[in-house]
Design a binder for this molecule. Structure first.
Ligand code: SF4
Length: 423
């Protein structure tokens, strides 16, 4: 029997409900908006302790925590919404290779079959399955959604630590998030551009404190580092302890997989077909991915002028001092970005966030001590499973980083643009 996760969704919408996992607060909402644009009844999932417990009940207990968390969020939402499983599509990207991520959709399928939900579909768009029948317009809009989620999150992290009126940044960004969602549903890119520009202008004008805060680079496994529920609201905790967080972006993964494809073709591909494919990958990267990214960062000026991302080949190059690029996966990006956060951006500490038992997380944790000595800043490797108080280890690290920052700023100019704009 053909597995339903491998079958394409036919026709726009099909009267189905698409549930989007809550990996990142803005990304899930913006992706749902794009699927609504494509005609689906799409909803962003939410996680809490009860949904995680539900997910753990249906999984084996040894999976990385994003697996039970996403499954539990779906089961809780279906129960709450009372949706017929036959009408449900679960958006769950997949991958090949040794990492457990490729097993999530397979395990979900087994769980659904056990419950008798044989018609519940799992959508994993990729080039191999013709993007599950999503049209080109929706696919392009999904990449806009991805960059927009990076932009909105960065707005918050860049402004909130310095706000004078508590809550003003979150409120402003939430207002614009709703407007961007509406514009994505309408597929109106010109309106989205206006909204990003307007949000940047309003956030720039918010009163801010002139204070020195050490920059803390956050790297690691993509789901846990981005998900405030699973990582104990890591970035807000960094702010509470006196720092400013810079979280590695989600778009990084798309750029990485494209660059990796290019490297593989260079090494293994032969003949005209391989050359043509390399040209296609190059054009896609430079004329599509980078152009969209550049456009939004320009619109987000001046707030994100010093929060632009490193080109992906530089990130990989920095990571390749420790692992060859043929060692595919997140470990290379985690190490490379951590090095660049410190060397280029002046980060005063690094947090490496991973789910408990994460394979790339375990590898990077074993390598970070030597990188830490080389960089001369502390690296906190945190493993998360959705329980306890995993961010306790940050307190002493942030304490000394804040002290050093304040004594330095007492004798020189503040390091960050917003410090100079303080009320
Ligand atoms: S990256 Fe880590 S957490 Fe994610 S699937 Fe792989 S092993 Fe699990």
């Amino acid at each position: 029997m053909a597995r339903l996760e491998e079958s394409r969704i036919s026709g726009p919408g099909d009267g189905k409900v698409v549930y989007i996992p809550p990996m990142e607060p803005w990304g899930a909402r913006f992706f749902a908006a794009v699927f609504r644009h494509a005609g689906y009844d799409a909803r962003a999932l939410a996680e809490d302790a009860a949904s995680l417990a539900l997910g753990l009940k249906h999984t084996g207990g040894g999976e990385c925590v994003p697996c039970p968390s996403t499954t539990g969020a779906l089961l809780a939402a279906m129960e709450r919404d009372g949706v017929d499983p036959d009408r449900v599509i679960f958006f769950m990207p997949t991958a090949c290779g040794p990492c457990r991520f490729g097993q999530y959709a397979k395990l979900d399928r087994l769980i659904f079959e056990k419950k008798g939900w044989n018609k519940l579909q799992i959508m994993s768009p990729s080039a191999e399955n013709a993007y599950e029948g999503l049209d080109a317009g929706a696919r392009i809009l999904l990449y806009h959604a991805l960059i927009l989620s990076d932009i909105m999150r960065k707005f918050v992290h860049r402004v909130r630590p310095y706000e004078v009126e508590k809550g003003s940044t979150d409120r402003t960004v939430e207002d614009y998030t709703r407007l961007v969602e509406d514009a994505l549903v309408a597929g109106d890119k010109a309106r989205i551009a206006d909204l990003v520009r307007e949000a940047a202008r309003i956030l720039t004008s918010l009163p801010k404190r002139a204070e020195c805060r050490p920059l803390i680079g956050v790297v690691g496994e993509i789901y846990v580092r981005c998900d405030p529920f699973l990582n104990g609201d890591l970035c807000r905790r960094i702010e509470e302890l006196g720092g400013e967080a810079w979280l590695a972006p989600i778009a990084e993964w798309v750029l990485y997989t494209n660059h990796l494809r290019n490297l593989l073709l260079k090494e293994q591909g032969q003949g005209a077909g391989a050359i043509a494919e390399r040209v296609r990958v190059w054009l896609e990267t430079h004329l599509f991915f980078r152009r969209i990214e550049h456009k939004y960062y320009q619109l987000a000026s001046p707030i994100l002028d010093d929060r632009r991302e490193h080109p992906i080949d530089r990130v990989m190059e920095a990571g390749m001092r420790f692992l060859p690029w043929q060692f595919e996966g997140e470990a290379l990006l985690t190490l490379g970005r951590a090095a660049l956060f410190v060397r280029r951006d002046g980060a005063r500490a690094i947090v490496n966030a991973s789910p408990m038992f994460c394979m790339p997380g375990t590898i990077t944790t074993s390598i970070f001590p030597s990188l830490e000595r080389e960089l001369g800043v502390p690296v906190v490797c945190n493993f998360y499973d959705g329980s306890g108080n995993p961010n306790q280890g940050l307190t002493p690290v942030l304490h000394y980083a804040v002290e050093a920052c304040r004594s330095k700023s007492a004798s020189s100019q503040p390091a960050h643009a917003f410090e100079r704009e303080g009320a």
